[in-house]
Design a protein around this ligand. Sequence first.
Ligand SMILES: Nc1ncnc2c1ncn2[C@@H]1O[C@H](COP(=O)(O)OP(=O)(O)O)[C@@H](O)[C@H]1O
Ligand SMILES: [Mg+2]
Length: 269
Amino acid sequence: MGRSRRVAAGNNKGGVGKSAWVVNTAAALADAGRRVLVVDLDPQANTSRRLARPYRVDQAATVSVSEVVRSGQAGAAADGIVPCGWEGLYGMRIDVLPARFDLENRIAEAAVMGARGRLARALEGVDEAHDVTLIDCPPSLGHLTQLGLAAADWAVALVEPEYDGVEGATRFRDFVQDPQTLAELANAELRFLAAIPSKVDGRLAGHAHHLTSLPAIFGPDRVWDAIPERSVVKDAADEGMPLSALGARGKEMRDVYAAGAERLWKAIA
Ligand SMILES: Nc1ncnc2c1ncn2[C@@H]1O[C@H](COP(=O)(O)OP(=O)(O)O)[C@@H](O)[C@H]1O
Ligand SMILES: [Mg+2]
């Protein structure tokens, strides 16, 4: 292919664990020796902060995904890509194209001819050394998500097993599979890969109920293993640290994300 495999994570709903999946899957892929690029397409920039690449006012000259998309020049992403701020091997294996709040401004450009293809063009020739590019989408099906989908080979939906979470994931899936979407994104290669149950609370009857409904909605092979809800995931996110930095507490969830990352790699490699 000559460049990394690109996977966009989405759901029309916020708070379902998209960014947590992107960050922890990046770590798991890096643990397995892969080189990963994370593209943060959410103006909230949670993913950038969690990868220890927060926007700082005193670094206003820093190039973010916003400038890269505005430029839309082939290869422009190279100007914005930085190593993640985590210690050790992660800094060598995970790169980030960070976001900041002014990414909102790109939404106004949605109607400009060719605007949807700007991230894809900006990544041209830039992610050749990476094995996987994970694209974190905001909770909408609007322009920013479309930028990500136009650049992606695969889409995965994080599914919180509650009514709104399932509906948001279904809408995302339907959007990705709509031939008209693929035509408008000029990306006939895009495929929906997986619905990944997320933040699953084993004590909730409602979660169990919604989990059983997923194979019929997405197809049995498309529903991947569930990611349980554990406070350690929130703690790592709050600290802007990898799960590995939380020692034995992080072990269970590292294993969960490692298994998911392995399945992802097998599916896309
Ligand atoms: N598996 C999990 N267990 C516990 N908390 C989680 C888990 N996944 C995500 N969270 C927390 O839930 C909140 C929303 O997750 P986030 O990844 O930001 O969702 P999204 O990107 O879909 O808006 C965050 O506080 C995050 O730390
Ligand atoms: Mg997010």
